[in-house]
Design a protein around this ligand. Structure first.
Ligand SMILES: [Zn+2]
Ligand SMILES: [Zn+2]
Length: 255
């Protein structure tokens, strides 16, 4: 299995998982043109994409759904609530033959992969993260959550790869230039994960199996890559886990 963070951050999110034959994208928050260009840049074939799994309806996750619906034959995996609100936002209709319905907490078989959406504390209609298992490989992509829950930690057990939000440094956010209501939203229980909360969740997810950790959805305003990295390194010290950061403007590939 190959994983690539094609883009990650408040300007747009898209992750790719490739098994040698087919690619599943998680979220569609950058343009179709950028998806193809960034896949090419990390050696992935855009022609191998067959589906896109959506996490929730915030614009940094679904901006390209309308274009993907018109210009590609890709299938969409989403919960009924997320599908309905995405359709309303974009004024589109995802036809039944291009929709694989999901329910948080229920895994589906997708082309032999086990795709398991699970619920997140985030201020959207029905937000989910994904645990994906295929070819003996297990990964989870967990961003856009206000705090770590026992349910989230449960789904992060026994992984090969964990992609985890490290959105902000609490002090940088508090002292930064965001308007107070936006600060309050990000800091809330249904906002975004701080570096400290990320470190707690990472500690709960540690296992001998874990090989790769990718920190994601870093705020360009309210975080610094070094702060996120240091917070994770504290937890990972001596574990032999590779640590990387997913960025907004450049793709990152993990074989
Ligand atoms: Zn987001
Ligand atoms: Zn969000």
């Amino acid at each position: 299995m190959h994983y690539a963070a094609l883009a990650s951050g408040s300007q747009g999110n898209c992750h790719a998982l490739f098994d040698g034959e087919r690619t599943l994208l998680i979220d569609a928050g950058i343009s179709l043109k950028q998806v193809k260009a960034r896949m090419g840049a990390v050696g992935l074939d855009p022609g191998a994409v067959t589906a896109v799994a959506l996490t929730h309806e915030h614009s940094d996750h679904i901006g390209a759904v309308g274009v993907m619906l018109r210009r590609t034959p890709w299938t969409f995996l989403a919960t009924a609530e997320t599908k309905a609100v995405v359709e309303a936002i974009h004024g589109i209709e995802i036809p039944p033959e291009r929709w694989i319905p999901l329910r948080a907490g229920h895994a589906v078989d997708w082309c032999g992969w086990r795709v398991h959406p699970f619920a997140l504390p985030h201020d959207a209609s029905d937000p989910v993260a994904y645990r994906i298992e295929a070819q003996g490989f297990a990964a989870a992509v967990v961003t856009d959550l206000g705090h770590g829950t026992a349910l989230v930690a449960d789904h992060c057990q026994d992984l090969d790869l964990l992609v985890l939000e490290a959105n902000h440094d609490v002090a940088m956010l508090r002292e930064g230039s965001y308007p107070p209501p936006l600060k309050a939203r990000i800091l809330s229980r249904v906002g975004h994960l701080s570096n400290d909360a990320m470190a707690d969740l990472l500690a709960a997810a540690l296992s001998p199996r874990l090989k790769d950790v990718v920190l994601a959805h870093l705020s360009e305003q309210n975080n610094h890559p070094d702060l996120a990295r240091f917070a994770a390194e504290e937890v990972l010290r001596g574990c032999g886990v590779r640590l990387r950061l997913a960025m907004q403007r450049e793709p990152l590939a993990v074989a």
